[in-house]
Ligand binder design. Structure first.
Ligand SMILES: NC(=O)CC[C@H](N)C(=O)O
Length: 372
């Protein structure tokens, strides 16, 4: 491997990590978050919920299975969770450009460069994780020596909005859902049952799972009043950033709750359904990002290992009296799902669609379609 350019990760608490660049030589800033997942970097980097965030991976060797081919079926990418990398950057320990996988077509570094996203290696990401766990989420910036930054990438970094005077970008203040949601209604499949998919930054595997069920999917923008169209059920997707920006979505969910048609929320969808049900959302100290988050179904000893990626959580004490907590996280006792006591309205904070992560809760899609 040729010599890599030195680069620094600067945290808002003043700590500096020296690393090497193996992606695009483009400065960036965002919330630094860690994931303890051992695999799944192609899925995580393209998961729209990582928008505004710089992802740090604790697993020490990254890149060894490369990046999958960009095939698609019926206009939906086969192996990615959106069309592009949406995380602002990647921080890892040991990078390997030599990859081996039946479906690998390029190295992780090549992909990051093509997508103009910085990647830094040779950082002790376990040390970084301990800092984030002790101090809570921190903003960070990836900084290059000026001589290494091309004119093209300099301009790209200037285009970012909401950058603080000290150069740190705080994604909490931007409506990121509006940036990643589809801009118009898109229909998939030709089933008899019609499911509205509210796209707050949907991971494509939610779409794939619904299409597999043989329903017609009507994907609508985050602020679209879907109550004006004919449908049999609603799925509210995952999405990036602070759920308090999604006022229009919450209003539309409230309207939909006047009928008895099933509503199923995933991650951001859990937060938005909970808001519609009267609860407030708060920011976790450092979030849940991994593929082995244990959850328990309230009122039972039934546990599931789940895939998660979220920084906010539902304070279920504020739920209206018609609602109840449904799942709880076994690591920290926070809410992992809610449900209505008599109507088919429910949501989970984890990701039944996985990608990456375990498939143990994929049956949620079967159960939802049975209710239509
Ligand atoms: N994956 C998601 O939908 C994340 C929801 C929200 N942006 C959070 O971080 O909590």
């Amino acid at each position: 491997m040729h010599k890599l350019t030195p680069v620094r990760l600067i945290l808002e608490n003043g700590m500096v990590f020296q690393g090497k660049s193996f992606g695009a030589e483009k400065p960036t800033s965002g919330e630094v978050v860690f994931s303890t997942s051992m695999v799944g970097y192609p899925e995580s980097l393209t998961d729209p919920s990582y928008k505004g965030q710089i992802l740090s991976l604790t697993y020490p060797i990254i890149g060894n299975y490369g990046v999958p081919a960009k095939g698609e079926t019926d206009g939906i990418s086969d192996f990615f969770e959106s069309e592009h990398i949406l995380a602002s950057g990647l921080i890892i320990q040991d990078y390997t450009s030599e990859y081996s996988h039946w479906n690998g077509i390029e190295s992780l570094g090549e992909w990051l460069k093509n997508e103009n996203i910085p990647g830094i290696c040779d950082v002790d990401t376990r040390k970084l994780t301990k800092i984030l766990r002790e101090e809570g989420s921190l903003l960070g910036k990836i900084v290059f020596d000026e001589s290494h930054v091309s004119e093209k990438t300099k301009d790209a970094s200037k285009a970012e909005v909401n950058i603080r005077k000290d150069g740190f970008y705080n994604p909490d203040f931007t409506n990121l859902v509006a940036e990643v949601s589809c801009k118009e209604v898109i229909e998939y499949g030709d089933g008899v049952k019609k499911v509205v998919l509210v796209d707050c930054g949907v991971k494509l595997n939610i779409l794939r799972e619904l299409i597999k069920q043989g329903v017609k999917v009507i994907r609508v923008p985050w602020d679209y009043d879907f109550n004006t169209i004919d449908f049999d059920g609603v799925v509210i997707s995952n999405g990036p950033g602070n759920p308090d920006h999604c006022i229009a979505t919450v209003e539309n969910i409230r309207k939909a709750m006047n009928s008895d048609k099933p509503i199923f929320g995933i991650c951001m969808g859990n937060q938005l359904l909970s808001k519609a049900a009267g609860a407030k959302i708060y920011k976790l100290k450092y979030g849940h990002r991994s593929h082995n988050q244990p959850v328990r179904r309230v009122g039972s000893n039934q546990c599931f290992i789940t895939s998660q990626n979220h920084g906010y959580a539902v304070d279920d004490k504020g739920l209206g009296k018609e609602w109840e907590p449904w799942y709880v996280n076994l690591n920290d006792g926070t809410n992992e799902g809610i449900r209505h006591k008599s109507k088919p309205f429910y949501s989970v904070q984890f990701h039944p669609e996985a990608n990456g992560g375990p498939n143990d809760t994929r049956y949620f899609f079967d159960e939802f379609v049975k209710l239509l």
